[in-house]
Design a protein around this ligand. Structure first.
Ligand code: M6R
Length: 609
């Protein structure tokens, strides 16, 4: 979740780095800093809080040069104070570094540096040991010093390094944390993420694990860990920087909610042939390979894991393969029964979530085939998977995931239908009818978005609530979990989701006069059961807002309020039902004047365990 930017060239390093850091704000940060090389010195500015604080500190025109590195930090080791912000300097001030990731053996390194070299540390961070190690090893060859230092560290890192007396080179190295180099004109860039450089260039090199990069203003050289030169294709980034801006909406979250009809349409229709066969965009999954799969594990975190819950139903129903969804942070610690016949489906918007990546690696070690559903081309998840199905949602900037979720669902439907069809277990009529339903989803999503005024009125009523419950059955359970997460992460209201059948096994004890319940009641086959659940909580004086399909008037009779979604098959209802819940969370957060795109304590991409 930290961001790195580096610049070397004929222009203003300060300008390029600050723009880059601004473009990375979506990653989340709590302090920022910049180091500029000038006349054999390193000029350093760091500030905690908003990037504006740092910008204010860099205004003087003598604070600039043609080489520099910058960083936005999200605290892991050490509090979010200025001293802990990057860049960190070596004790003699000759070397500056920025670092993303975690150095696992930093305590022993710190001890060694203090005891044997008399180093006095200036921060509480793990990252400072890297600056100090390079400082110790630096005897005129910066590249060798960086190599020697990284040999000492264990953990995950993307590191950018400069030295006071080296005015023409930035060195960077990567292990398990994202890093790219951008190719400019008369200059070159270093960054943790592509958006940081998009304002300047669309041509980039993706740096791989254990590679070291030597960047000068005219050249970018990539080496493997043995210093063998690596040739790398230039990746030309097609997506538009403007696509990452708010496009007239007040917040990225709102923009992204309203982008769902388009994102879903792209993700779906670009994978359908004229005859409505599913084309998996380069993924080779033969009938034999599918028949060989005896279990599917879906691993993901947060919202992506709720898409995973829906995936279980889809894989079991359409492909007839026993499936399980697991939270990525738990998966690898429970010795999962994974082998060569397992398909591991990893779902991640960012493709950089450490827990998901580690689960992926664990499944891979055990022989599983890894098929990922991911929104970011060139991300670690995408690169480490055997196959990738990209969600064509476009960049998702708001911390609260919306369009990534609905497009992840579309990928899961397509994959499950494809597998069932290839195996021959899914009857043609069923396949065609589900596809027909899916093809109507983009238009129906547009209809759902028209309920915004009704939702806003509800938000005005409920924003003072301290506690909210979400219940559902069947595929509505996953929607209830996702709706509840949306509410809590952007409004900070305590919300709780539970399978409706579980209520009477304990949670119903919490129901009293005016307790607010959102009841997801979109599954026709479970409709009667949901009506009974509503009666149960109404009998205890709960206030019930139901989400149901148009035409289901009985639910309106027993509920206090009803939000209708367009009529559709039960199987596809989750894609529609979640949207009013996203809007509700959004409008409640708006009433409460929350920082919607960047809720407290959260970051867009969670690159620590
Ligand atoms: O980038 P990923 O999809 O791997 O991220 C997983 C979760 O961190 C993410 O979905 C998180 O739960 C969102 N803030 C939810 O809105």
């Amino acid at each position: 979740m930290c961001g790195i930017v580096g610049y070397i060239g004929d222009g203003s390093a300060k300008e390029a780095i600050l723009t880059g850091l601004k473009n990375l704000e979506y990653r989340g940060y709590d302090s920022a800093g910049i180091a500029i090389g000038k006349k054999d010195k390193i000029l350093l500015r760091k500030e905690s809080g908003e990037l504006e604080n740092l910008i204010a500190k860099t205004q003087k025109s003598d604070f600039d040069g043609t080489i520099g590195i910058g960083h936005t930090r999200w605290a892991t080791h050490g509090s979010p104070i200025r001293e802990n912000a990057h860049p960190h300097l070596s004790a003699d001030g000759r070397v500056a570094i920025v670092h993303n990731g975690i150095i696992e053996n930093y305590i022993e390194l710190k001890h060694m540096l203090t005891e044997e070299h008399g180093i006095i540390f200036k921060s509480e961070t793990d990252s400072e040991v890297i600056a100090q190690l390079i400082g110790i090893y630096y005897e005129g060859d910066l590249l060798e010093a960086v190599r020697a230092a990284v040999k000492c560290v264990r953990g995950a890192y993307a590191i950018g390094v400069m030295a006071a007396d080296v005015s023409d080179t930035i060195i960077a190295v990567r292990k398990d944390a994202p890093l790219i180099a951008g190719i400019g004109e008369g200059c070159n860039y270093l960054a943790s993420d592509i958006p940081a450089v998009l304002g300047h260039t669309r041509d980039i090199y993706v740096i791989e694990n254990d590679e070291i990069v030597v960047i000068t203003k005219d050249d970018i050289k990539i080496y493997d860990e043995d210093m063998t030169r690596v040739s790398r294709d230039i990746m030309h980034v097609e997506w538009d920087a403007a696509a990452a801006e708010k496009g007239g909406y007040e917040d990225f979250m709102k923009k992204e909610i309203f982008e769902q009809p388009r994102g879903v349409k792209e993700t779906l229709e670009r994978r359908l042939t004229e005859g409505d066969e599913i084309w998996l965009d380069g993924i080779e999954l033969s009938k034999e390979e599918i028949e060989n799969i005896d279990r599917i594990y879906i691993v993901a975190c947060g919202t992506a894991s709720y898409a995973g819950i829906q995936g279980v139903t889809l894989f079991e129903k359409f492909a007839g393969i026993p499936s399980e969804s697991d939270i990525a942070s738990e998966f690898r610690y429970r010795n999962p029964l994974v082998n060569e016949r397992t398909l591991c489906v990893c779902i991640s918007q960012s493709g950089e979530t450490t827990d998901t990546l580690e689960a992926l690696r664990e499944a891979k070690r055990k022989g599983a085939r890894i098929l990922s559903i991911c929104n970011v081309v060139g991300s670690s998840v995408a690169r480490e998977s055997d196959d990738v199905m990209f969600t064509w949602a476009g960049p998702e900037i708001a911390v609260a995931s919306t369009k990534a979720y609905t497009t992840q669902l579309i990928c899961l439907y397509l994959l499950a239908l494809y597998m069932g069809r290839a195996k021959g277990t899914l009857p043609d009529a069923e396949y065609r009818s589900v596809l027909a339903e899916l093809k109507q989803i983009p238009d129906k999503l547009t209809e759902v978005l028209k309920t915004e005024d009704q939702i806003k009125t509800l938000a005005e009523k409920f924003y003072i609530k301290e506690q909210v419950f979400y219940i559902g059955r069947g595929m509505d359970v996953g929607t209830a979990f996702e709706a509840s997460l949306k509410l809590k992460e952007i409004t900070y209201i305590n919300s709780f989701a539970i399978a409706a059948g579980e209520l009477k096994h304990g949670t119903i004890a919490l129901v009293r006069n005016q307790t607010l319940f959102f009841v997801l009641a979109t599954q026709d086959k479970l409709y009667e059961k949901m009506l009974s659940n509503i009666e149960e909580i109404k009998a205890r004086k709960a206030y019930v807002v139901s989400v149901a399909k148009e035409g289901n008037t009985r639910v309106a009779k027993v509920s206090d309020e009803t939000i209708y979604i367009p009529n559709c098959a039960d199987d596809v209802a989750p894609i529609l039902a979640v949207v009013p819940m996203q809007l509700l969370a959004y409008h409640i957060a708006k009433m409460l004047k929350r920082n919607i795109d960047k809720p407290r304590n959260l970051a867009k991409s969670v690159t620590v365990e």
